[in-house]
Design a protein. Structure first.
Length: 65
């Protein structure tokens, strides 16, 4: 998957099923993923317009150590 990133790096985990459900429901080839922090939901929005907004909740990642 190619991506253009803007902003600081964020480590965040998602349930792949919920993320794929949002991407399939979008019905377009390109979307914007708006990520604020590791504990905030990610917004999946269209690159133009406002035809949909999907929220995908993060999951806690196990820390190594």
């Amino acid at each position: 998957v190619s991506a253009v990133c803007d902003g600081p790096e964020v480590v965040i985990g998602f349930n792949n099923r919920y993320l794929l459900d949002a991407l399939r429901a979008a019905g377009c080839d390109e979307v914007l993923l708006q990520i604020n922090s590791p504990l905030s939901p990610m917004k999946v929005v269209p690159t133009a317009g406002d035809s949909f907004v999907f929220l995908v909740l993060p999951v806690r990642l196990k820390t190594e150590g």
